[in-house]
Design a protein around this ligand. Structure first.
Ligand code: 9MR
Length: 354
């Protein structure tokens, strides 16, 4: 007679064997992404990554630009308050980037989701002065060390029809805080390329249009905006062609474009979704391929950099804490550092179009 417990244990044992076999599969030999294209390939860095030899070997092989994932934001710099800014970790990124001949992209000076507490006690005049001083101090400290900054991050609402209401806009005006941030950043670092950065610009056409209208307004107002940052947190529901359309509209403004935080989740919020993992992977690689094609089709002077928001799936913000389903594969490499289908989608386009 079949032992019920053994029967129940069999699939688990099989899954464990598969995982073991997977862990034994050697990495395919692939070219470094950065060797395939004439523009920088980027990824994000955290202060613990340089101690991870696998991350260092992937990063030095594939990327030529770094963006601090969170330790160059107010949440780190102002963790001890406005009067005691801390710069040890951002300084270490500067040193790591220099040691490996990589560019460093600053992220992010002004973000609706940060700084509220540190600025809360200030009246209007002191608020404005502290806003200016923060940008002057941070962008000034990294002058000549970063090539670029996300000056304002995520100014447009999720619905996409307006700008966010936040502590910055309430004190300094809707367009006012954005223009002011760009002017301050320009004064502090005349050579850095200054970006306006946001997400879902391809996923939600209304948001993409509102964002591009804002860019146009800033240009007309004489704000020193130097580039468009499109985060590109893609999903597998974006209709075919929509990514290309956004990129074409963005390109028409003539500014350099940074694909600044690419990842592509396999998850969907459809209530019933019968697609197999392979079908999801095909949807994912189709969209990543469309984005890479659209980027390659830009005039060379508009291709600022192409950045993935992490190298290995398990590094992704989508695989942390409650968000982690243990299965998502949003990045070019798996947990063991082997190339995913997403890697092949990028490398395939980069090779064919160069
Ligand atoms: O990936 C980042 C995560 O580690 C941080 O905890 C979080 C808050 O600082 O920010 C994440 O990165 C975000 C980026 O800075 C802006 N666009 C959305 C990214 C994912 O949430």
């Amino acid at each position: 007679m079949l032992d019920r417990r053994a029967l129940l244990a069999a699939p688990l044992a099989l899954a464990a064997c598969e995982r073991f076999a997977e862990a034994q599969t050697p990495a395919r030999d692939v070219p470094g992404l950065k060797t395939l294209v004439p523009f920088p390939i980027g990824t994000c860095i955290r202060s613990d990554r340089p101690d991870d030899p696998q991350w260092v070997s992937l990063a030095t092989k594939h990327v030529s630009q770094l963006t601090p994932e969170w330790e160059m934001k107010m949440e780190y710099i102002l963790a001890n308050g406005l009067d005691r800014p801390q710069f040890d970790r951002p300084d270490a990124f500067v040193a790591f980037a220099a040691r490996h001949a990589m560019r460093l992209h600053g992220h992010a000076l002004i973000w609706y989701s940060q700084g509220e507490e540190a600025f809360a006690h200030l009246d209007r005049a002191r608020f404005a002065a502290a806003f200016d001083a923060y940008i002057a101090t941070v962008a000034g400290r990294y002058r000549g060390k970063v090539v670029s900054w996300d000056v304002v991050n995520e100014p447009v609402t999720d619905a996409g029809d307006s700008l966010r209401d936040c502590h910055w806009s309430r004190a300094l005006g809707q367009d006012g805080y954005i223009i002011r941030a760009f002017e301050q950043a320009r004064a502090a670092d005349p050579d850095a390329v200054l970006f306006l950065n946001d997400y879902n610009l391809e996923n939600t056409p209304r948001k993409g249009a509102t964002f591009l209208k804002l860019v146009e307004r800033l240009m007309k107002a004489g704000a020193p905006i130097g580039g468009i940052g499109s985060q590109s947190h893609l999903d597998i529901e974006i209709p075919a062609g929509q990514i290309r359309t956004f990129m074409r509209d963005a390109a028409s403004l003539g500014l350099p474009i940074h694909i600044s935080e690419l990842d592509a989740s396999l998850r969907s919020d459809r209530r019933v979704d019968l697609r197999s993992r392979d079908q999801r992977l095909a949807e994912q690689t189709g969209r990543v391929g469309e984005l890479a094609e659209a980027f390659m089709a830009l005039p060379a002077r508009q291709r600022f950099a192409f950045t993935v928001w992490g190298l290995r799936d398990t590094d992704s913000w989508l695989r942390q804490g409650e968000r982690d389903d243990g299965q998502d594969q949003p990045l070019p490499f798996d947990a063991a550092g082997r190339p995913n289908p997403m890697f092949d989608a990028m490398a395939g386009v980069f090779t064919a179009r160069t």
